[in-house]
Design a binder for this molecule. Structure first.
Ligand SMILES: Nc1ncnc2c1ncn2[C@@H]1O[C@H](COP(=O)(O)OP(=O)(O)OP(=O)(O)O)[C@@H](O)[C@H]1O
Ligand SMILES: [Mg+2]
Length: 362
């Protein structure tokens, strides 16, 4: 169903994005070792990733790094165990081979009855994530390891993932890495592909970007979605949604779902609900940044795009003293890296219209 809220996994639930899907599926089947999916929040990265993984016909592990709040060892190993369970017992046509490859690996127990994998993450016999990848390589068939929202791995301080990735890239030819990120600058900083001091420096990679839908595509998406659930939505309301959500497919889905499944018929009410969701996300992003200056910037940009100098005035007004230009640029740079704002034609703007609404309430 087009309007279902969870990320899509099946081709028939994926609206458009044929170009992106073909690119990604070809990349997964090709010889490239590292593939990145980047794009703003809610533009369909996870959906594209899942559908392409299913379509590729190649074995894969899928690990959603965002689930892990503390990023401690047990947390991450549990995520990996979950993905291994999915892999061995649900998807693979070669459970025997995988079990053989994992046999004797410290910290992993494979049981058949009931089917499942148990992973030890404490003490001497704990699982080494590096060894696990070596064993996956030894299965002798290509396997993709997908890290959704991989920039979160930068918070893991007990394992240098960039080094592990470089090791996999250089030495484990059967293991292909797929990573996604909404905070693409953070993702690229974490991977260090352009940083001469980092282990992955200079390696070739492929990038697939998700995008906003055009207004025509957005309208088409809503029409098809409503016709699929057999709900009548007035055309002018659909047009309002197309205007308000600026082609971000996640918000269009949210609108369609709220209207048809939750029976919310008042557009402003749906928009308010979306914006409180966005407000929560925005608050948790900036609370991690620990500076009220971000709030001033976002409140300023909630009123519309603004040039650097206006943002500086607002900050100075608020603090009643002058602020170093470099500091202003640094603050803006951080928000850009988080994917919250963008710079276009000399002005800064909040990328997502619902975030823009939410920012007015900060
Ligand atoms: N091509 C598509 N067709 C139909 N629905 C889609 C499509 N792409 C995304 N969606 C819907 O949009 C929402 C966001 O999608 P998804 O989670 O895949 O995006 P994302 O970029 O991974 O988001 P986030 O940045 O929050 O992780 C979900 O409700 C999903 O079902
Ligand atoms: Mg996602």
């Amino acid at each position: 169903m087009l309007f279902s809220l969870e990320p899509k996994s099946r081709r028939e639930d994926l609206f458009n994005f044929n170009y992106e899907l073909t690119n990604l599926t070809n990349a997964l089947r090709g010889s490239g070792r590292l593939i990145a999916i980047t794009g703003l929040r809610r533009t369909g990265k996870t959906s594209l990733m899942r559908v392409a993984l299913n379509e590729s016909g190649i074995h894969y592990l899928y690990i959603d790094v965002r689930l892990s709040i503390y990023a401690n060892y047990g947390d991450l190993v549990n995520l990996i165990a979950k993905s291994l369970n999915d892999f061995i017992f649900k998807r693979t046509s070669m459970p025997g081979k995988v079990r053989d490859a994992l046999r004797g690996l410290n910290g992993i127990e494979v049981s058949l009855n009931p089917p499942g994998i148990r992973v030890r993450f404490r003490g001497k016999g704990k699982l080494s994530i590096g060894d696990l990848f070596v064993r996956l390589n030894e299965i002798g068939e290509p396997i993709i390891v997908a890290f959704d929202e991989a920039q979160e791995l930068r918070r893991v301080n007990w394992l240098r993932f960039d080094r592990l990735f470089a090791y996999i890239y250089d030495n484990l030819p059967n293991v292909k890495l797929l990573v996604s990120g909404s905070q693409f600058s953070l993702l690229y900083d974490f991977l260090g592909l352009n940083n001469p001091r980092s282990p992955l420096f200079g390696r070739a990679y492929l990038e697939v970007r998700t995008r906003r839908l055009s207004p025509d595509e957005a309208l088409d998406f809503l029409e098809r979605g409503f016709s699929e659930v057999r709900v009548n939505c007035p055309r002018d309301l659909m047009r309002r949604a197309v205007d308000a959500f600026d082609g971000i497919i996640g918000w269009l889905t949210y609108f369609g779902y709220s209207y048809s499944v939750n029976n919310m018929r008042d557009f402003d009410e749906i928009l308010r609900a979306a914006s409180s969701l966005a407000l929560e996300e925005l608050r948790s992003l900036i609370s991690a940044l620990r500076s009220s200056r971000y709030i001033i910037i976002l409140r300023t940009l909630a009123q519309g795009p603004a040039p650097w100098r206006v943002i500086r005035y607002r900050l100075e007004d608020h603090e009643g003293r002058s602020i170093n230009p470099a500091t202003v640029s640094q603050l803006l740079g951080t928000l850009i890296r988080l994917g919250v704002i963008e710079e276009k034609g000399g002005e800064y703007a909040i990328s997502d219209p619902v975030y823009r609404l939410a920012a007015g309430q900060l």
